[in-house]
Design a protein around this ligand. Sequence first.
Ligand SMILES: *[C@@H]1O[C@H](CO)[C@@H](O)[C@H](O)[C@H]1NC(C)=O
Ligand SMILES: *[C@@H]1O[C@H](CO)[C@@H](O)[C@H](O)[C@H]1NC(C)=O
Ligand SMILES: *[C@@H]1O[C@H](CO)[C@@H](O)[C@H](O)[C@H]1NC(C)=O
Ligand SMILES: *[C@@H]1O[C@H](CO)[C@@H](O)[C@H](O)[C@H]1NC(C)=O
Length: 513
Amino acid sequence: MDPPSSSFLRVFLYLSSFGAIFFVSVQAFSIREASISEIQLAFKQNQLTSRQLTEFYLGEIRRLNPVLRGVIEVNPDALHQAVKADRKCKAKPNGSLPVLHGIPILLKDNIGTKDELNTTAGSFALLGSVVARDAEVVARLRRAGAIILGKASLSEWANIRSTKAPNGWSARGGQGKNPYVLSAATCGSSSGPAISVAANMVAVSLGTETDGSILCPASFNSVVGIKPTVGLTSRAGVIPVTPGQDTIGPLCRTVSDAVYVLDAIVGYDYNDGATREASKYIPQGGYRQYLKAHGLWQKRLGIVRDPFFDFTNNPSQALAFQKHFRTMRQAGAFLVDNLKIDNIDIILNSTASGEAIALLAELKINLNAYLKDLVVSPVRSLADIIAFNQKNSKLELTDQIGQDIFLASEATNGIGDLEKSALLNMANLSKNGFEKLMMQYNLDAIVTPGFEVAPVLAIGGFPGISVPAGYDDKGIPFGICFGGLKGSEPKLIEIAYSFERATKSRKPPSFKP
Ligand SMILES: *[C@@H]1O[C@H](CO)[C@@H](O)[C@H](O)[C@H]1NC(C)=O
Ligand SMILES: *[C@@H]1O[C@H](CO)[C@@H](O)[C@H](O)[C@H]1NC(C)=O
Ligand SMILES: *[C@@H]1O[C@H](CO)[C@@H](O)[C@H](O)[C@H]1NC(C)=O
Ligand SMILES: *[C@@H]1O[C@H](CO)[C@@H](O)[C@H](O)[C@H]1NC(C)=O
C-alpha cells in the first residue's frame, strides 16, 4: 500500500474548477497526482468530498481537453453519482466501503455503458446506438462505487480500421496529444485513458488491448498500464476485435491504483466464456496483497536483448536501463541476461505469425455479433460501417485515411482452414517461444523497454505491466514492461510495485510544445 505522501502536508486544497484556493486545515491535501489511497484518506479525514474531486476533474477536462483531446464525452450524471457517494460515506463514517467508492474513472469509448454516454469507438457510425446493458467491467466498477466520469478517446475502432489511421485520432475525439511533449506520439489505441490520467483529468481509467493498446500508450504517457491475462476481465459489452487477444485493463498513475482497479473488474462472467478458465488465476483476497515493497527480492528476470534492447538512436534510454538493472539487482532480483525467444522475428511479424489472418476473420464475426446485439443502432454490420465511412467521407476522413483493414476483414469468410492453421501456428509459436523460455530458465518475468514485446504477449494471451521508466533527451516518456505467463499477475505486480518504489520515475506532465 502507498505510504501517506508529502502531499498531505501541503497547506492548501487547490480546486482550479472554482478558480480559487481553499484553505481547509493544516493537514490539507492536493488532488493533483493524488493516489486512490491518498484520496480515500482525505475522504475519511473530511478534507475532500467525492463531489469536490469530481468537480476538480470536470474543470481540468474543460481547461485541458481542448488541446489534449483525451476525453470524448463527460457524463452528465457524474456529479449526481458523486453526491450519492458522499451521502453513503456520511452514513458509514467508519467505512467498510469499497476502495473505489467515490473515485472518478474514465472508460475508453469502446467500453459499453447503459446510461447517457454514447459508446462509439470514436466513430460517428455508432453515434446514437444503444447498448443492451453495461459492459460487465462497468457493472463491476459501479458496484465498487466508482464514479463514471465519461468516455476517453482512442485510436478510432481501437486501431483496426486502417493501416493509415493516425494513432490517437478518432473522428469524434480528434487528435489526442502527448501531455509531456505535445508534438510527440501519444500512441494508442488506449490513448485517451493514458493522456487523461497522465494530465490529471481523472483519477484512474480503463483501456483495452488486442496487441499493444494498453502497454504502448502507458509507455508514451508515463503511466502504469496492466494488460491482464486474456479472460481475467470479461469482454462482454466491449466493442470486440478478437476473443483470443482482447483484454480489458487499467491505466493509472501508480501500480497500486492500477491494482485497485484490477481487483474491481476481474472475475467470472457467463457472457464471456474465457472468464471461466481464467478465473482460476484470481487469488483469494485479490491482487492488492502483492503490493509489497520488497517484491523484487529473489525474482528471476529474463532479459532478451535481441531485438528489444537496440538503443543505437537513444543513448539516454540505454543509460536509464543500465541503472534500472543495477537497481533491480540491488533489490535482490536475479537477472538472466542475453536470452533468446525462438522464432522472435516471426512472432513480431503479424503476417508471418498468423496473427493478421486470424484477426481479420475474427473481427468481422465478432463485430457483427456486437452490432446485432445493440438495442438501437444506425449500423448493424461491418458492411454497414464501411458504407457509412464511404458516405460520410468528410466526417470520417475516409479519403485521407481509408479503411483497408475493414475492407480486408469484410472479404473474409469465417474461420476456415487458413484461419485454423494461423491460430495453431500462434499457439505453437508461444509454446515453443515465450513459454519454453520462461520454463527453461525458471523465470518470473521478462523485462523489456517500451512496448515492443506486445506481440509476444498478445498472441499467447499473456499478461504484462508497463511502468514509467524515464524520459528521453526531448522529454518524451518511456516505460519498462514486465511480461509473464498466464495468471502470473501476482508476481508481475510484486515486481512492478517494487520497481516503481525503487525508481519513482513518473513526473507530472510538462506540456512542452
Ligand atoms: C467509529 O469509530 C470511532 C473511533 O474511531 C468510534 O468511537 C465510533 O463508535 C465508531 N462508530 C461506529 C458506528 O462504528
Ligand atoms: C450522445 O450522443 C448524442 C447524439 O446522438 C448527444 O446528443 C448526446 O449529448 C451524447 N451524450 C453525451 C453524454 O455526450
Ligand atoms: C513478414 O512476413 C511476411 C510473410 O512471411 C514476409 O513476406 C515479410 O517480408 C515479412 N516482413 C518483415 C518486415 O520481415
Ligand atoms: C511447432 O514449432 C516447432 C518448433 O518451432 C516446429 O518444429 C513444429 O513443426 C511446429 N509444429 C507445427 C504443427 O506447426
